[in-house]
Design a protein around this ligand. Structure first.
Ligand SMILES: Nc1ncnc2c1ncn2[C@@H]1O[C@H](COP(=O)(O)OP(=O)(O)O)[C@@H](O)[C@H]1O
Ligand SMILES: [Mg+2]
Length: 618
């Protein structure tokens, strides 16, 4: 395969830097992407509790920057005096020394002001950052099941990280760069204009021009920077994919292919990086020329004014001092824009999610669910994941209190979906689902879910200890109760053999346990939860027949006295249900006991049974 085709496979065919759309489009895109107002509102919500600290920071920075305007004025005084006085005039020397001491005093004052702002920043910034990430976690958990299916966990985690970092960067840029720059520019221009209007106004005009040019250039450069970041993360993606598959690469001797793929993708990055670095160089060259230009113009005018007798040596020192100060602050102005913009763009990804209304929410005045005896009814329920394909089409199903109902039907018939709808992981399109005598759409989600225990088809565990994972079923359970439940679910033996017993960490998503072990942990959790409604979605599908047989008793006890829905692909599990409901094409097509259903000559159940019978008649 050629590199180009490999790149295509990896999801992108771009191998040369695209030239950006027109400037106007750039600006439009830029403005659309960042929801500055929402971001600032979010930041403000998190800063508000500490607003006095942030005010103190601003005041300290104001004073510290103010001295940058005042100190050159004393130097001016100093040089005016020194250029006119002679060393043998005694009182002149003491005046000079007093000026130097005053300057030292201001330096000391500046030092203190910076320390004060630093102190408050160190104290409050981490607090705000942590608060932001805490709010992010809280908001994320309010989102629906569908939301988490639509977003990769990794990408959500990255967004939270970016939100935190963006606050850090933006606060830095505003407090250390933007605010001091504004104060200093205003101060310099005002002081110079008072002394020599022409010098002050030229400096003002030049600064505005410089800032505009920089802004314009940053807008041109931004799309390239963005693209470079994208190429960079694609290269990282290829690298991590390749490393994740290290064993496969070895087994299939794929090192050459890996090398050439990575070479191609990093080459693309290199080309764009070279281009953006050149742009940056170009911008710096322009900036330097602008600075040399203003220096020359200022000095030229100064000399003219000196000739007219209105410009002193001290004025030269003052103008020079201000120019150097200004150049220092303006040199990185492009970076200031870019970093602030990037920070806003980073934050918008998360802010967008924080501003989105979750798609399953409690209605106003939602009441807690009173499951009463645990009767469940589906009344003419319609549901689809997307418009093109309805999953449930007028499903009617009544499950009496304490009844054990088995759901069967071809794969993809919507059995797991029915389980999810009882838990209101999705809202239905039409109809009603009733528990006890309440419509589940009108009760709080929390109370609904706290009354139903689920053993999902593919349980995922936290990367915490087994004890913690089990106790998630009922957080106030004692160790003994947890162990008791684990014993019933046939977990105790395998847990005891683990390195740290119940304190063993199970790996990300529970990868250190086998599928069957995870399922048993999930069953133990359901046992612990001890609630009136139980949903088992192929709860024993990953168990071998021997373990399943062991667990049957536990399941049997668990179902006792509870309204239970059992979805099983092995009909042997279903046989002992009070009633079996056959689902096909979004509706109930048949129901009855095992024996009754077998008598329905052409029924789906009979078919399924015949296909599987070989399996369990042995
Ligand atoms: N989150 C989803 N988004 C879109 N389609 C889905 C989603 N989950 C399930 N489906 C589709 O809905 C149908 C029913 O799925 P499911 O209820 O899991 O079937 P099963 O009866 O095998 O448990 C399947 O065809 C599946 O492809
Ligand atoms: Mg299923």
């Amino acid at each position: 395969m050629t590199n180009e085709r490999l790149l295509h496979v990896s999801g992108s065919t771009d191998s040369s830097p695209l030239f950006p759309p027109t400037l106007r489009e750039n600006i439009k895109k830029t403005m659309q992407k960042i929801q500055t107002k929402s971001i600032l509102r979010l930041y403000w919500q998190h800063i508000r509790p500490y607003k006095w600290s942030f005010l103190a920071i601003m005041i300290a920075v104001l004073f510290a920057s103010g001295t940058e305007i005042i100190i050159p004025l004393y130097y001016k005084k100093f040089f005016d005096l020194i250029s006119t006085a002679s060393p043998d005039q005694n009182n002149q020397t003491s005046i000079l020394i007093r000026i130097i001491l005053t300057i030292m005093g201001f330096h000391l004052f500046t030092w203190v002001a910076w320390r004060i702002s630093g102190f408050f920043i160190c104290w409050r910034n981490p607090q705000v950052i942590v608060d932001l990430s805490r709010s992010a976690l809280e908001v994320l958990h309010k989102h629906s099941h569908r939301f988490f299916l639509d977003h990769f966990a990794g990408s959500l985690v990255r967004r939270v990280g970016r939100l935190e970092r963006s606050f850090d960067v933006l606060a830095d840029q505003l407090i250390w760069k933007f605010f001091p720059l504004t104060i200093v520019v205003i101060g310099f221009v005002v002081v110079l204009t008072i002394r020599h209007p022409i010098i002050g106004l030229i400096l003002a005009g030049w600064t505005i021009f410089y800032i505009l040019v920089n802004f314009w250039f940053s807008l041109i450069k931004y799309p390239y920077d963005e693209k470079r970041a994208q190429f960079d993360s694609e290269a990282t993606g290829v690298l991590s994919d390749s490393i994740t598959n290290a064993t496969t690469v070895k087994l299939f001797t794929g090192i050459l292919q890996e090398r050439s793929l990575y070479h191609a993708i990093t080459e693309r990055y290199r080309r764009l990086a070279t281009f953006t670095w050149r742009l940056h160089e170009f911008m710096e060259a322009g900036q330097a020329l602008l600075m040399i230009g203003i220096e020359f113009v200022m000095m030229y005018i100064a000399v003219r004014l000196w000739k007219e007798g209105t410009f002193t040596i001290g004025d030269f020192v003052l103008v020079q001092g201000y120019l150097v100060g200004l150049f220092n602050k303006l040199w990185d102005f492009g970076k200031l824009i870019r970093h602030s913009y990037e920070a806003l763009a980073d934050a918008s990804e998360m802010v967008e999610i924080m501003e989105t209304e979750p798609d399953v929410i409690d209605v106003r005045n939602a009441k807690p669910l009173d499951p009463q005896d645990g009767r469940i009814e589906f009344r003419d329920v319609y549901f689809n994941f997307n418009e093109t394909r309805p999953i449930l089409k007028g499903l009617n199903l009544m499950i009496e209190s304490g009844e054990k109902v088995g759901l069967v039907g071809p794969s993809g018939a919507g059995k797991s979906t029915i389980a999810k709808l009882i838990l209101r992981l999705y809202d239905i399109d039409r109809g009603k689902i009733i528990i006890g005598n309440q419509n589940i759409a009108r009760v709080t989600q929390e109370s609904l879910r706290s009354q139903i225990a689920v053993v999902p088809q593919e349980p995922i565990l936290f990367h915490r200890t087994i004890m913690d994972n089990l106790r998630y079923g009922r957080r106030d359970a004692t160790d003994n109760e947890v162990i008791e439940a684990a014993k019933k679910a046939q977990c105790h033996d395998f847990i005891s053999e683990l390195q740290d017993g119940y304190n063993t960490y199970v790996g990300e998503r529970g990868v250190k346990l086998s599928g069957g072990e995870r399922q048993r942990v999930a069953i133990a959790r359901a046992i612990l939860k001890n609630v009136p409604i139980l949903v088992l979605d192929e709860a024993t599908s990953s168990l071998d027949s021997a373990s399943e047989a062991l667990i049957q008793t536990a399941l049997h006890d668990l179902m006792e006295g509870r309204t239970t829905i059992v979805i099983a692909h092995r009909l042997s599990t279903i046989m002992e249900m009070d009633r079996i409901v056959v689902i096909d094409n979004g509706r109930v097509v048949d129901e009855g006991t095992h024996e009754q259903l077998l008598k329905h000559k052409k029924g789906i159940y009979k078919n399924l049974w015949e296909i599987q019978a070989g399996g369990f008649l042995q």
